[in-house]
Each structure stands twice: as C-alpha cells, then as structure tokens.
Design a protein around this ligand. Sequence first.
Ligand SMILES: *[C@@H]1O[C@H](CO)[C@@H](O)[C@H](O)[C@H]1NC(C)=O
Ligand SMILES: *[C@@H]1O[C@H](CO)[C@@H](O)[C@H](O)[C@H]1NC(C)=O
Ligand SMILES: *[C@@H]1O[C@H](CO)[C@@H](O)[C@H](O)[C@H]1NC(C)=O
Ligand SMILES: *[C@@H]1O[C@H](CO)[C@@H](O)[C@H](O)[C@H]1NC(C)=O
Ligand SMILES: *[C@@H]1O[C@H](CO)[C@@H](O)[C@H](O)[C@H]1NC(C)=O
Ligand SMILES: *[C@@H]1O[C@H](CO)[C@@H](O)[C@H](O)[C@H]1NC(C)=O
Ligand SMILES: *[C@@H]1O[C@H](CO)[C@@H](O)[C@H](O)[C@H]1NC(C)=O
Ligand SMILES: *[C@@H]1O[C@H](CO)[C@@H](O)[C@H](O)[C@H]1NC(C)=O
Ligand SMILES: *[C@@H]1O[C@H](CO)[C@@H](O)[C@H](O)[C@H]1NC(C)=O
Ligand SMILES: *[C@@H]1O[C@H](CO)[C@@H](O)[C@H](O)[C@H]1NC(C)=O
Ligand SMILES: *[C@@H]1O[C@H](CO)[C@@H](O)[C@H](O)[C@H]1NC(C)=O
Ligand SMILES: *[C@@H]1O[C@H](CO)[C@@H](O)[C@H](O)[C@H]1NC(C)=O
Length: 742
Amino acid sequence: MMKGTTLFCLFSSLVVVLFLSSVAADKDDQEDQQVYIVYLGALPSRDDYQPMSDHMSILQEVTQESSIENRLVRSYKRSFNGFATRFTESERNILARMERVVSVFPSRKLKLQTTSSWNFIGLKEGSKTKRNRSNERDTIIGVIDTGVYPESDSFSDQGFGPPPKKWNGTCAGGKNFTCNNKIIGARDYMSESKANQSARDYTGHGTHTASTAAGNAVADTSFYGLGNGTARGGVPAARIAVYKVCNNEGCSGEAIMSAFDDAIADGVDVITISIVLDNIPPFEEDPIAIGGFHAMAKGILTVNAAGNDGPKISTVTSTAPWVFSVAASITNRAFMTKVLLGDGKILVGRSVNTYDLNGTKYPLVYGKSAALSKCSLDKARLCEPKCLDGKRVKGKIVLCDSTKGPIEAQKLGAVGSIVKNPEPDRAYVRSFPVSFLSSDDYKSLISYMNSTKGPKATILKSEEISNQTAPLVVSFSSRGPSTIVSDILKPDITAPGVEILAAYSPDSSPTESEFDTRHVRFSVMSGTSMACPHVAGVAAYVKTFHPEWSPSMIQSAIMTTAWLMNASGPGFVSTEFAYGSGHVNPLAAIHPGLVYELTKADHIAFLCGLNYTSEHLRIISGDNITCTKERSKTLQRNLNYPTMSAKVSGTHPFNLTFHRTVTNVGKQNSTYKAEVVTSPGSKLRIKVLPRVLSMKSISEKQSFMVTVSGDSIGTKQPVSANIIWFDGTHHVRSPIVVYAMS
Ligand SMILES: *[C@@H]1O[C@H](CO)[C@@H](O)[C@H](O)[C@H]1NC(C)=O
Ligand SMILES: *[C@@H]1O[C@H](CO)[C@@H](O)[C@H](O)[C@H]1NC(C)=O
Ligand SMILES: *[C@@H]1O[C@H](CO)[C@@H](O)[C@H](O)[C@H]1NC(C)=O
Ligand SMILES: *[C@@H]1O[C@H](CO)[C@@H](O)[C@H](O)[C@H]1NC(C)=O
Ligand SMILES: *[C@@H]1O[C@H](CO)[C@@H](O)[C@H](O)[C@H]1NC(C)=O
Ligand SMILES: *[C@@H]1O[C@H](CO)[C@@H](O)[C@H](O)[C@H]1NC(C)=O
Ligand SMILES: *[C@@H]1O[C@H](CO)[C@@H](O)[C@H](O)[C@H]1NC(C)=O
Ligand SMILES: *[C@@H]1O[C@H](CO)[C@@H](O)[C@H](O)[C@H]1NC(C)=O
Ligand SMILES: *[C@@H]1O[C@H](CO)[C@@H](O)[C@H](O)[C@H]1NC(C)=O
Ligand SMILES: *[C@@H]1O[C@H](CO)[C@@H](O)[C@H](O)[C@H]1NC(C)=O
Ligand SMILES: *[C@@H]1O[C@H](CO)[C@@H](O)[C@H](O)[C@H]1NC(C)=O
Ligand SMILES: *[C@@H]1O[C@H](CO)[C@@H](O)[C@H](O)[C@H]1NC(C)=O
C-alpha cells in the first residue's frame, strides 16, 4: 500500500496537530474547545421544522452566548438531524443532559486507506461483458474521499446525456471545479473558508478510487509505460457524485456525516468510502456506521475498505453488518525491479520504479558503513534521519534495512537505494530508483559487498510479471474477527487492491516525497482503498440488472457467488477472517439464484440483541425505539447474513444453530439441495434442516436451520465449512466459521 502507508504515517503524526488546531480556544476561555458532533436523530416530519435555527437555538441555550455563528461548524439537515460544533468539556456535559439530544461525541480523525484488475475478475472490455447501458447511465456512485481531478479523461462526459432525472444534488465544487455530465455533483467539506473551497483532489486518492468504480474506459494509459492498457471503472457509463471529506492532512468525522447526509438526499445509488477509523469504535461513535445505517434505510448500499492494518488479527475496523467491508487481494499482475550487480549477477526485487539509470553501475554503500559518529550503527543501518554521512552517500546506491530509509538517502544525494523488504507481496512507488529485496537476496548482496573491492550495482526500470498463484489476500489487509460483533464474519469480501493502475491527480505527485517532481494522470496504488471501489463498481453493476434490489440483496448476491478462496497456513491470518466469503465475481453476482435479505427492522433487532440502549439505538438509526423483550433475545448469529460465524469457548464441545431465510430471485419451480463441504480433517458436524427447498415462485421465501457441533477447538485456529444451495444452475455458497480466542 505504497501510498496508503505514507498517508497512514502522515496521518498518525498529524492527528495530534489537527487535534490541537481544533482546540483553538477563545482567549478568555478557561477551557479548551473541541469539535463535537451533536446528533439529534431522525428529522422531524413537521413541515415547519427549520433545522438550522433549531441547531442555533440549542447552541445558544447551552453556551448562553449571543454570538454563536463561529461555534456552529456544520448542520446536518437533509437525511438526519444534528450539527457539529465547538464546545468545551463542560458545555458538552450540559448539552448531553438535554433530553432532545441523542448523543454528543468528539469528531474523530479518520484516515484513507490507500486495469487489468477488471479483466482479472471477469468484467471484460467491450461486448464480452453483458451490460445494460441505459441503466448504467442512470446509476450514480457517491464517492466519499479526497475529491477528484475533474479534468481527467476518466471523467470526460463525451457521449453522456444530462444527469438522470432522480438526481437531486448540486455542483458545489467551489474554486476551479467544473462538473459535467459524468461528474454530476461535487461538495467540499474540508475548506475553512468559502473562498478557497474546492472539491479538487490534491492527493490523487479520490481520483484513483472514483475512476476505479466508474471511470470511463481510457485507452493507452500507463504509469511511465508500466501497466499499459485500457484503464476503466466497473460501470464506465455510470455518473459520479463527489464528496470531499479528506485532504492531505486527514479526514474528518463530522465531514463524513455531512457527506452521508447529502449523498442520501442527492439520490446516489451506491456509496463507496475508502476511509477507516484509526481505532475500532462502537457503532454509536462511528460516523461510517451511522451514515451507512441511514443510507441502508433509504436503499443505498455503503461499501467500505476493511483497513490496512493486517496481517494482525482483529484489526478490521469496518464491522457493521449494514456496511459492506472489503479486503484487498494480490492480482495476477505484479511489478518487479531487478538489481544488476558488478559481477553480472541479477537479484529480483520489488518496487514500481519508473526511473532509468541507463545501465550505469554506481558504488554501493551500506547505511551502517556510512554512519555519522553521533549515531548508533543500529539507527544508521535503517538509514534514519540525520544518521548518515552525506559525503559517503552522495552519488551511490545506499542499502537500508528499513523501508523508510530511502527518503533520507535521497535527501543526501544518493542515486538509488536498496531495501530489505519485510512484506514482499506488494510493490511501492518511490521518488527515485529503489528496489526492495527479500531477506535472502539482501543477505547475498551484502556478502557480495563484503567480498568485493569497489562493489557496484545498477537498478533497472520495473517490469511487469504475471503471478499465477493469485488471488491471495495481501498481508496489509485488515483481518477479523471483529471485536465489536464476535458472531458476524468481517471483512465480507475480497477484491483486487494491489498495484492498481487508475486515474490520478497531476496536482499531486505519485509519492508523498518533496523530491518527487513527477505529475501524472495515471498512477499505481495499493490498499484496501483500491479494493473498495472495485466492489462498489460491482454493486452498481448488479444494480443495473436489478434496479429494485435492496442493499442487502446486492450484498448477498456478491457474497454468495464469490470465488472460493482457500484457508491456508496456521492461525487466523489466511482464513475467512482475511477474505470473508471469497473473491468478488461480478458476472456470477447478477444471477445469484437465492439471496439473504435484511431490513432495517432486522438490523434493529440485531442491535437489541447486543443489548443496545434506546439511546444508542437512536444514535445509530435516528429513530425512537425501545427494544421489546422478543427483540432483545435476538442472537447475533441469527441475523440473516450470507455468512455464518460464531465464537465459542474453545475448551468445551459446542452445538450451535443458525437460522436463515432465503428469497428466490432465480427461476420459478426451482428445487435447491443443500451440500455441506467441510475441509479434510475438519472437526465440524453440520446438519441442515430441511435439506431441500422447493421454490414455486419468484420472491418466495423459505427458512432453514443449520446445526453445527464439534468438540473443543482450541484458540489457535478457526474451523470452517461451506454450505452450498444448488439447483442445478446456481451455487449459493455461505461459509460457516467457528472460532475461539483467548
Ligand atoms: C435494461 O433494464 C431495463 C429495466 O431495468 C429494461 O427495460 C431494458 O430492457 C434493459 N436493457 C437491456 C439491454 O437489457
Ligand atoms: C485550475 O486547475 C488546473 C488544474 O490543476 C490548473 O491548471 C489551473 O491553473 C487552475 N486554474 C486556476 C484559475 O486556479
Ligand atoms: C484560503 O483563503 C484565505 C483567504 O481567502 C487565505 O488566507 C488562505 O491562505 C487560503 N488557504 C488556502 C489553503 O489556500
Ligand atoms: C504494453 O507495452 C508493451 C511493450 O511496448 C507491448 O508489448 C504490450 O502489447 C502493451 N500492452 C498493451 C495491453 O497495450
Ligand atoms: C432533494 O433535496 C431537497 C433539498 O435538500 C430535499 O428537501 C428533498 O427531500 C430531496 N429529495 C429527495 C427525494 O431526497
Ligand atoms: C538516461 O538516459 C536518458 C536519455 O538519454 C536521459 O534523459 C537520462 O537523464 C539518463 N539518466 C541518467 C540517470 O543518467
Ligand atoms: C505471487 O502471488 C503469491 C500468492 O498470491 C504471493 O505470495 C507472492 O508474493 C506473489 N509474488 C509477487 C512477485 O507478487
Ligand atoms: C559482512 O561483513 C561483516 C563484517 O565485516 C559481517 O559482520 C557480516 O556478517 C558479513 N555479512 C555477510 C552477509 O557476509
Ligand atoms: C444482554 O443482556 C443479557 C441479560 O443481561 C445477557 O444474558 C446477554 O448475554 C447480553 N448479551 C450480550 C450480547 O451482551
Ligand atoms: C420515545 O417514545 C416513547 C414512547 O414510545 C415516548 O414516551 C418518548 O417521549 C419518546 N421520546 C422522544 C425523545 O421522542
Ligand atoms: C444439537 O442440538 C440440537 C437441538 O438444538 C439437537 O437436535 C442435536 O442432537 C444436538 N447435536 C449434538 C451433536 O449434540
Ligand atoms: C411451475 O409449476 C406450476 C405448477 O406446477 C406450473 O403451473 C407453472 O407453469 C410452472 N412454471 C414454470 C415456469 O415452469
């Protein structure tokens, strides 16, 4: 996740700064102020209700100040009710006690997750893929991100008619931003003043994700010759609405709430949001879960990146069952970068290197051997800032034991850098020639240097290779199990997210480096950020064939038709907790046969079962709901979800049931039989009742029960199986996962 990582690091160091800047206190104020989101639930249905003036009067009541204009950061008033404001802690407490106020929580800082991929997953170019163009033209994808570069060929509106009739949004792109019939709407929530408001993308991230979901097909694109071919989105004829909630410094929770508020009322069909929280909050403090709930209630599917904090388990931050959470995979294309040594030997490393050293060999120096005397060898080995002697580094290729090392080497005038690579499964873009070597190759390079007088090498331009072992979940993709809901399998699905070529903003450089003078219209990025818009594109694609389908039907169709991925290796890391139901398969997803449907009421019952208080329920749903006794007995694992997962003690035998109901969306008079596939040596005993479902009509629903029993499974490894409903045509597959954790 080259860019992803840099953004991450940048964000984590900036969070503090941003937090401080939002603590801009009044001079006479004793206490510091902070931005809080004040959530008032659903909008009253009264015609005369004026949200803005209501928000102002609440503020006035709490602060007892006459002038409060600069306190109100923003109002949410289109799809739900609330506002963001600057408050001191004691004001917050007064406010929280007001009966009308559902909740007050600090606005969190969030972070971004950073062509051949569509072919790879089966959506081929041109007539090879069945499409409903007229419905595609009526589809609107809402992209909540860093804005877009509107002049990109991926967003040209050549051949596009006026926006669909249902479009209810506006172009408020601000300074130097013109919408067209492709980018039909734009809003910016990140600028401090109206004067410099702009939905223009100064990072590249939002341009990349928007074009991956719905960019036009653009022929002959490449990143300096790499990845050449046609770049395109999943639904190239669809429209894009842009909601800018992040800039170079990070993303804001209150802006995200605004973006959902607007996108829902604007009439988008699918929301893609490649942003995650940097911790794992409960749903009532998670703007993506809250916004996504309102979207779901209005028939809009929210697709979200799972996070880039893998391969550690329980790092997935996108955990709400009404949000579709996407893991990232390696595709069949990879970039590699050869290092040619003075003795003619070639080492094959990883990186996306567009620089050509023209075969000239340069002297090699190990960071450790170029240490300044004030610096420990351990730090110099990593090429840490202010640790290397510029005189011994300049004009050479510098070896660094850390992936951040090359930044310092370049600063001191090195011509290139070779790095020991801890994560060989993806390649990074860097601002000068770099190759990341496996530890073995790195070691052999050092022994070449040890045994040679005047060791030299050159770094070649990257080449493309085809990797036949793909797809596999990439190491950085966040893993389950969810710490918020133990019995819902997350992430849900896997899509390409490594070394993806897509449109980029030339207002930025392809790396974060100040030395990078390149400005490109297409670039290579990696991250669950890149996987997320692939699934949003597939969801939109499915919707063009089934415009009346609810978000849960689309989600179910994509999950139950996913390519099977195999659990491999010990532990949790390469199991369903990495890939969910499998690898997205768009062509199959338009004919799922059966779907698992969920309504708003089902999700509320689910939250009741989690013992949510009415207060927390109001925060999430906006409605005034009290959980009935019946609803409070709802077990998490009985949510009608397309996967089945349960946490058990691990030390005792268990016997669990899952209740499910499927809806026929295939053919009349079809008979489905249940097949259970357990992996060899699996200790699960699984019974399905009934084993046969006969569906007479379309939309008919039938229920079944799955009983899963087994002996103590220990905490080291989850156990899993698949249940497949098969009617001779459709394979409707759900993974079953049982696990224990210490
Ligand atoms: C596209 O879908 C619409 C309705 O959803 C249908 O009327 C039309 O015939 C479809 N077109 C094609 C080419 O399948
Ligand atoms: C608008 O943005 C484009 C693309 O970055 C830039 O070339 C142009 O100078 C900008 N125009 C103004 C008036 O800022
Ligand atoms: C925004 O505009 C104000 C004045 O209109 C200016 O002082 C400020 O520097 C601008 N900020 C940016 C980031 O351009
Ligand atoms: C990419 O470029 C290479 C070398 O010029 C060429 O052989 C290949 O056909 C191109 N691929 C595509 C998809 O255009
Ligand atoms: C369209 O936007 C207006 C203004 O925000 C809003 O009042 C209306 O409810 C929206 N229409 C729909 C269908 O959401
Ligand atoms: C390599 O050759 C090209 C074209 O001759 C030249 O533009 C470039 O500067 C050279 N690169 C280096 C590192 O010498
Ligand atoms: C090829 O794919 C396998 C499995 O997906 C992965 O382990 C390996 O790192 C990949 N190789 C490259 C060069 O990306
Ligand atoms: C290289 O030489 C150093 C000491 O000069 C030694 O510590 C190191 O183990 C050698 N490394 C290899 C890979 O030969
Ligand atoms: C909810 O509360 C009930 C009664 O206190 C308890 O038995 C149950 O385990 C709780 N459920 C969860 C998910 O915490
Ligand atoms: C919520 O509903 C209950 C009755 O169902 C009612 O007593 C209560 O006043 C309502 N609360 C709000 C804030 O509307
Ligand atoms: C599991 O429980 C069900 C009833 O809930 C029962 O019918 C079944 O025999 C039990 N299975 C085992 C293996 O104990
Ligand atoms: C389904 O079965 C019913 C009754 O057996 C029959 O009337 C109907 O024609 C059948 N439909 C199809 C599409 O075969």
